[in-house]
Design a protein around this ligand. Structure first.
Ligand SMILES: *Cc1c(COP(=O)(O)O)cnc(C)c1O
Length: 823
């Protein structure tokens, strides 16, 4: 969306507190964690049962957000938030919904509204897959179908949109009316009706009627005509538009499904639409997928997409990831993961899916099931029903998690175990014994079944760098503890944050309130800005060709000689820019870059004084050897030179110029030289530069075993027959090579990685994408995790073998290694 603030105020009828009416709004924000574009975001301070958005205003303001829709204007807002606009309304949620309504009204394109008990997201995603090759589709992201999700979805409509698909989910009576007002669907799809969210409705009919009210004003309503509840409710409702009820039984229905023939992995469907016969095949065999596909088929036919085109696209339908994910498990298991929601209907769907798996020959079928909440049934009734389903679908064993299902244990007559919580199940060790089983995981979200999935899934063949953001904060605190509170801090996130990936690191540091971030080149800075980083950014090596990027993204360059200084002044002037902050570098002994403090100061000061395009924000230098006492005398000389030169510069200007010289080692070793600011690099990433010990380990480079083979003495492993085997050996291949940044000199037994905590030496030459390790004495399996370096194997072990510094190992990890962040 794209609105002026004035327009938003008019649309939602807010009272303005603030004076910055020229703001533009492109993004709506309800969760401070998803902030990306602070300047053009409008934050709605929503109040929910457990939280209050007003609590996040200060944080968001600091991060650059200026526009807030609030139920209460903060006290002293003019002093605390001088640049902010507060739009006061009675209810920020209602205001958000109202804005969505007004936004929706500006579009006269077909809008598909999807509701029902199950399958909303799949039908929406499949319609997207089916329609998007021929039109621009705007749809709800993920499962944004709630009172907050729907307005955020609807506001995604834009000039390009040719059709919209939005899902609506309700859990209580009367909620649909609000959703209808925002979606204003012209085409309605009722996926099905079942027990989900029954607890707030007296009868299933009442809930069905409430859902149907979404479609009050649609031109067409699509549903399963064979479902007696829906058909009956449609008759009883006040709906007056056209009906497209598809049916497998009624040959007179406009969309009659003749035959459904399930093959091994696909289903052939023959149907008649307006009395003409067609066929299609979908790459799914479970009943839920068939129902979803038929609903989608009806929409496509209604939209006049030709049956031939529909058949072609149906044959390529892709599964929707968040539901019923099938994964390869550990120890020969297959995992069906449906821990996205848990209700009787979706359990039935998942059991059906499980019973149709082609690859289950003789495998034990285990169901891991959490308490089913909000069913609207009493426990006894509920679990009797669950037991009946479980028994009829041929499940061999149930593992129940949660107090309610545990209490109902006697309902189940198959092999069974029950645990009060997910952690109790994890601690029991029961899961470590599972092998060659087909396991269905079905848990309500609050049971965190992700932990079980994680434990049971075969790790993907992927090499990842895991980055612990908590460790980053701890390392920051460690260095902060050497510093006075008023001393400012620059965090060096050059070279992609020493290999850890700059965006996430920058976000974390910004949240922690560091004063400056520093990167090497302008493009790195621009990428951070595009990712929503608002902290001040210093560019250490600005290229002559990058000045416009600097100005455009407010990136403050280091200036190290007169040539760069002149060019910057000229470029800034050309753009009419004045007082653009720069950081002056003095060379006190590194002899790399910088003005000479002994000879250049008068000319530098003169030049800076007689122009107004640039303004010196800081002046700094860099120690050659702050990490070692051996250079202490030289460091003292460097400091002396810097002190004199930088004081001269400061004396020439009335504004404060920040002086700084300490890097990580300097922070620790020279507290008296911290001056106004320090620059923290390696220490932030967990390595203490003084003795190379690990403070809090940040990054772990991990991979998994691809294959294990036995190799006899006398054989060789790898290129050029370098790895000679001298005893009967088990050799594992792992998917990491020198192209990932695993230095080739570590090969041939020079270094090791860890497999299940034990040292496994590299055998033979390291290849480009793969290498081999000796696991003869290590109990391990294909799929097991391998630590190249990390919490248990310090990166300095590798850098020592390579006779280099940890900086080089960290920054060598190639970009193709996926970075995974966790807290
Ligand atoms: C990289 C860098 C630092 C950080 O050094 P560490 O030893 O990693 O703390 C500080 N200042 C400058 C100029 C740098 O280039």
């Amino acid at each position: 969306m794209h609105y002026s603030l004035e327009k938003v105020i008019a649309l939602i009828g807010a009272r303005l507190f603030g004076h910055h009416l020229d703001a533009q709004i492109d993004w709506l924000l309800t969760d401070s964690r998803s902030l990306a574009f602070p300047e053009t975001s409008l934050f709605f301070a929503l109040r929910t049962k457990c939280n209050d958005g007003h609590k996040y205003i200060a944080d968001l303001y600091r991060r650059g957000v200026r526009n807030f829709v609030v139920g209460t204007v903060p006290d002293h807002y003019e002093e605390l938030y001088p640049e902010a606009n507060f739009l006061l309304v009675i209810s920020p949620l209602k205001a958000l919904q109202r804005l969505a309504e007004r936004h929706r009204e500006a579009f006269s394109i077909p809008i598909i509204g999807v509701t029902g008990s199950n399958g909303k997201t799949v039908v929406k995603e499949w319609l997207y897959q089916l329609l998007s090759p021929s039109m621009v589709v705007t749809r709800s992201p993920r499962s944004y179908n709630s009172q907050v999700g729907v307005p955020l979805s609807v506001c995604l409509l834009n000039e390009q949109s040719q059709i919209g698909i939005f899902e609506a989910g309700i859990s209580q009576p009367d909620e649909m009316q609000t959703l209808r007002a925002m979606i204003q669907p012209t085409i309605g799809v009722m996926t099905n009706i079942g027990q989900a969210h029954q607890e707030n409705f007296a009868t299933i009919e009442e809930k069905c009627l409430e859902k149907l009210s979404l479609f009050k004003d649609t031109n067409i309503l699509i549903y399963d005509g064979d479902d007696p509840v829906i058909s009956d409710c449609v008759q009883r409702s006040l709906y007056t538009g056209d009906l497209l009820a598809w049916s497998r039984k009624d040959a007179d229905s406009p969309l009659f499904i003749h035959t459904i023939k399930k093959n091994e992995t696909s289903t052939e469907i023959a149907y008649a639409y307006l009395k003409k016969n067609y066929e299609m095949t979908i790459p799914f065999v479970d009943d839920a997928s068939i129902q979803n596909a038929l609903n989608a088929l009806a929409v496509c036919l209604y939209l006049h997409i030709s049956p031939a085109v529909i058949a072609e696209r149906m044959s390529r339908l892709e599964p929707v990831a968040m539901r019923l994910e099938v994964k390869q498990g550990v120890r020969g298991c297959t995992i069906i993961n449906d821990s996205y929601n848990n209700d009787v209907n979706s359990l039935d769907i998942a059991l059906d899916f499980m019973s149709r798996r082609p690859d289950q020959n003789g495998m034990t079928r285990t169901l891991i099931l959490s308490d089913i909440q909000q069913s609207g049934m009493n426990n006894e009734e509920l679990y009797a029903k669950v037991a009946e389903m479980v028994h009829s679908r041929g499940i061999d064993r149930i593992i129940g998690v949660g107090p309610q299902i545990a209490a109902a244990h006697s309902a189940f007559t198959i092999k069974k175990r029950f645990f009060p919580s997910t952690s109790a199940l994890l601690e029991s060790g029961v899961l470590n014994e599972i092998q060659h089983e087909l396991v269905l995981l079905k848990g309500a979200r609050e049971f965190n079944f992700e932990e079980l999935t994680e434990l049971l899934s075969l790790k993907v063949h992927e090499t990842t760098l895991e980055v612990n953001l908590e460790a980053l904060s701890e390392n920051l605190n460690f260095y902060r503890s050497f510093m006075k509170p008023e001393t400012k801090l620059v965090c060096m996130i050059k070279a992609s944050a020493y290999g850890a990936g700059s965006v996430e690191i920058a976000k974390t540091l910004q949240d922690r309130g560091v004063d400056y971030l520093a990167v090497a080149v302008a493009d790195e800075g621009a990428d951070l800005r595009k990712a929503g980083i608002t902290a001040n950014i210093i560019i250490m090596n600005p290229e002559m060709s990058s000045f416009n990027t600097l100005f455009e993204y407010d990136l403050e360059p280091e200036v190290y000689n007169f040539r760069l200084l002149e060019a910057l002044i000229k470029a800034a002037r050309k753009q009419g820019i004045s007082n653009f902050p720069v950081h002056i570098k003095l060379d006190t002994g590194m002899h790399r870059l910088g003005f000479n403090p002994k000879t250049d100061m008068p000319q530098l000061i003169d030049r800076l004084k007689h122009q107004s395009a640039l303004i010196p924000r800081s002046v700094f230098s860099h120690f050659v050897g702050s990490d070692s006492p051996k250079f202490d005398e030289f460091s003292a000389q460097q400091f002396q030179l810097f002190d004199e030169g930088s004081k001269q510069l400061q004396l020439a200007f009335s504004h404060k110029i920040l002086r700084h010289i300490c890097n990580s080692a300097g922070i620790e070793r020279f507290p008296e030289r911290h001056l106004d600011m320090c620059r923290l690099g390696l220490g932030l990433y967990g390595i203490d530069p003084i003795d190379n010990h690990v403070i809090h380990n940040l990054s772990s480079l991990k991979t998994t075993i691809l294959q294990i083979r036995d190799v006899a003495p006398g054989e060789t492993v790898g290129y050029s027959r370098k790895g000679t085997i001298t005893r009967p050996s088990r050799i594992a291949a792992i998917p990491i090579g020198y192209a990932d940044g695993l230095n080739r000199h570590l090969g041939n037994g020079h270094c090791y990685c860890l497999v299940n905590g034990k040292k496994a030496y590299y055998v033979g030459n390291i290849c480009m994408d793969v290498c081999m390790i000796d696991v003869t004495d290590i109990p391990c399996h294909e799929g097991d995790s391998v630590e190249i370096f990390g919490d248990n194997l310090p990166v300095t072990v590798l850098s020592d073998v390579l006779q280099t510094i940890p900086y080089e190992v960290l920054t060598s990890i190639s970009e193709r290694v996926k970075r995974v962040y966790f807290q």
